[in-house]
Design a protein around this ligand. Sequence first.
Ligand SMILES: [Zn+2]
Length: 178
Amino acid sequence: MRKKMLNHTPERTCVVCREKKNKSELFRIAKISESNYSFDEKQKLQARAIYVCKTHECIKRISKNKKYSLKIEDLLTMVNLLKKQSKDYLNILKAMKNSEHLTFGINMVMEDIQHIHFLIIAEDISEKNDKKIIAKAKEFNIPYAHFGDKAQLGDIFNKDEINVIAIKNKKVARGLID
Ligand SMILES: [Zn+2]
């Protein structure tokens, strides 16, 4: 079994959905004072902080949460980062779709797990499949991220829907993780 860690990052919990994720999958929001929260894009502000998933769903939900009363500018910045990032990701994947470095679909990923360096999981994957894939990823120390929806991932390969895409090339995986 492959046991080498590729990229170990600490985990934090999203204040909205309570899911534990890699810090790279979360936005940091610094608590400036009791009622003043500020988006910490560079993750460097010296203050206590909360974290929220880099997903439209969790950002939408935190925007409605009066407890954190985030500034509209901060919310817009987060949404725009999300859009830009997902577009970049999708474009990179589209450019590579015919290469041997990518594979997709739950069965293919499970079969090929030992050759995989990074997993991109659809945000709207079923909870059951999400757990199954994440358990496998953790077992083999494979970093993963939730990105786009099943239709967006499917679009890359001209399919209706795809649950998960796997990167089999180490360099490509690093490029996507950073
Ligand atoms: Zn969340």
